[in-house]
Ligand binder design. Structure first.
Ligand SMILES: N[C@@H](CCC(=O)N[C@@H](CS)C(=O)NCC(=O)O)C(=O)O
Length: 227
């Protein structure tokens, strides 16, 4: 097996790549990174000093590839099954790049800001930053709602890398900032994503770690183990 993914099963950006790997049916070795263990964390920081996961290692090329979108581009250049997750028409491909950035920057990042603030040491919280992040999420939800009114998937007619980016972003974001009741198209899109076998598989891998999630108290019961 040529591909190794350094990941954590609870980490939302890792889910984006894990879902894509499952969709593309590319086998990989998963190495769980424990950032509390300096030896484990060093496996990542030696190759990518910013220390973010996921990080891909491809034994076939000897390369380490960081950053979710770059990992998915790298794999698409080498595997037809991953290339199929990227729209081929130029205009749709550009749209896919845009909405991939959208889900990373305007859903995942504000969600992370809110989540991480909950585990900051006493006195180190950033209420203003968290309020801004919540407003960012509300704006993003309104944009997705408008977009998804007449769509099945986020870009083009087929499930794509954008949907891989969308699911983990929306899964954790809606726990910290629920979707508005009026967002019917967004909620229906979320349920379609949930029904995807690749998504169900990645969620099942995350489930044993949900107790580590700082907002576990707000997690819907249907996602908890044994539900
Ligand atoms: N832009 C990066 C973001 C990756 C990211 O934020 N990963 C989180 C896990 S979801 C992480 O490594 N957090 C560890 C840390 O910040 O110490 C990507 O797309 O890969």
């Amino acid at each position: 097996m040529s591909l190794t993914l350094y990941l954590h099963p609870l980490a939302s950006f890792c889910h984006k790549v894990m879902i894509a790997l499952e969709e593309a049916q590319l086998p990989y070795r998963a190495v769980t990174v424990d950032f509390a263990d300096p030896v484990s964390a060093k496996q990542v920081s030696d190759q990518w000093p910013v220390g973010k996961i996921p990080l891909l290692h491809d034994e076939a090329s000897g390369r380490h590839v960081p950053e979710t979108t770059i990992i998915l581009e790298y794999l698409a250049e080498r595997h037809a099954s991953m290339a199929r997750l990227w729209p081929s028409a130029e205009e749709t491909r550009l749209e896919a790049r845009l909405w991939d950035r959208f889900f990373d920057l305007y859903v995942q990042q504000p969600m992370q800001k809110i989540v991480i603030d909950r585990i900051r040491p006493p006195g180190a919280n950033d209420p203003h930053g968290v309020a801004e992040a919540r407003e960012n999420l509300r704006v993003a939800y309104a944009m997705i709602e408008e977009r998804m009114v007449d769509r099945v998937w986020a870009v083009g007619d087929e499930f794509s890398i954008v949907d891989c980016a969308a699911f983990p972003a929306l899964f954790f974001a809606r726990i910290v900032e629920p979707f508005p009741a009026s967002a019917a198209a967004l909620s229906a899109y979320f349920e379609r994503l949930l029904a995807r076998p690749s998504v169900a598989s990645v969620l099942a891998q995350a489930q044993p770690y949900f107790t580590m999630f700082p907002y576990r108290d707000a997690m819907p019961a249907r996602f908890l183990p044994g539900a």
